[in-house]
Design a protein around this ligand. Structure first.
Ligand code: SAM
Ligand code: SF4
Length: 329
């Protein structure tokens, strides 16, 4: 088993398969994009599998693929099959902007993908194009429908909460759960590499943060009923609207102090670093070790041992260095 210095068991590996993306979301990337890693600096599928297999032998059960946009990487179903076939791996899921999901959903499901999380911050077509700088809401909604048809369930919808951007839509986004069996999850905006102005139509990034408690308050008129029984739940605090068929989740990496206590994950970046914590700059190189013929496990153990107790983002700025898209959100 992989147990860190604070007694947390590591059972979840979040793998970024690319640092590239077909969107340029204002809170994630500058409009001109970033300097992408050269092709041979990116982990090959066999290398990712090697890390996942070593992690699974030590008790990792869940894998989530992310990026960048994972669906821009060629032949993703091949990787999914490789990962789903690893003994001990019970769940392979994907976080995507869903722009390319309509065509790929069926193949992904056939390869062994269990579920998808789709990022969707607004239901307004024009605003969607502005936030994502080029995304199409219609295509994303078609992607979600295709994922439902392919059985990639439950569909989780990730909404990054931003004051002056989408806070007028929280009620409408929450009400999606009345008619759809989706889990709509509101996520606090994290100050990771996105503190430069987003453009003339947007508030200052420093003003855009909304604490999750404020969103819960705003949605209380919907009659929210708590879904969390006791301790032991994941990073989302969950509610249901009476009569609704979906769920609401609230994820507060910044303002909820228990968030880190429940952390069970390691992250693998597309260019081959294990990142013990999203919000600490520590990274342990694993791709260079693999390419030097060394085994993955000692590096995994080193990364687990380097997991900090928690982050200090509520009182301190994010560490310099990589953006969310380069780490794998
Ligand atoms: N491209 C995929 C997508 O957008 O779903 C996967 C990668 S993206 C980095 C993963 C998640 O991180 C998305 O749900 C996105 O909204 C979220 N995200 C990106 N930057 C963020 C930030 N600064 N604060 C909070 N969430 C962020
Ligand atoms: Fe791309 Fe996802 Fe970042 Fe948006 S949040 S730019 S879709 S990686």
């Amino acid at each position: 088993m992989l147990i860190d210095n604070w007694g947390r068991e590591i059972t979840y590996l979040r793998i970024s398969v690319t640092d590239r993306c077909n969107f340029r979301c204002v809170y994630c990337m500058p409009p001109e994009g970033l300097v992408w890693q050269p092709h041979d600096a990116i982990m090959r599928y066999e290398e990712i599998e090697q890390v996942a297999r070593a992690a699974a032998e030590q008790g990792v059960r869940q894998i989530r693929l992310t990026g960048g946009e994972p669906l821009v990487r060629a032949d993703l179903p091949i990787l999914i099959r490789m990962l789903a076939d690893i003994p001990g791996i019970e769940d392979v899921s994907l976080t995507t902007n869903a722009m390319l999901l309509e065509k790929q959903a069926e193949k992904l499901a056939q390869a062994g993908l269990k579920r998808v999380n789709v990022s969707l911050d607004t239901l307004n077509t024009e605003k969607f194009a502005r936030i994502t700088r080029g995304g199409s809401l219609v295509r994303v909604l078609r992607g979600i429908a295709a994922a439902e048809n392919a059985g990639l369930l439950p569909i989780k919808i990730n909404v990054v909460a931003m004051r002056g951007v989408n806070d007028d839509e929280f009620m409408d986004l929450a009400r999606l759960t009345l008619e759809h069996p989706w889990h709509v999850r509101f996520i606090e905006l994290m100050p990771i590499g996105n503190q430069q102005p987003w453009g003339p139509d947007f508030p200052s990034p420093q003003d855009a943060f909304i604490p999750i408690q404020e969103i819960v308050e705003q949605l209380k008129p919907l009659g929210l009923v708590s879904e969390n029984d006791a301790v032991g739940y994941g990073p989302a605090i969950e509610y249901r609207i009476p009569g609704g068929i979906g769920k609401l989740g609230f994820i507060s990496p910044l303002s909820e102090h228990q968030f880190c206590q429940r952390c069970n994950r390691l992250r693998l970046t597309a260019d081959g670093y294990l990142r013990p914590c999203l919000m600490s700059a520590v990274e342990i190189p694993i791709l260079s070790a693999l390419r030097a013929g060394q085994p993955a496990l000692p590096v995994i153990k080193q990364a687990v041992a380097a997991k900090p107790e928690g982050h200090k983002l509520a009182t301190q700025a994010a560490p310099d260095g990589r953006r969310m898209i380069q780490i794998g959100g």
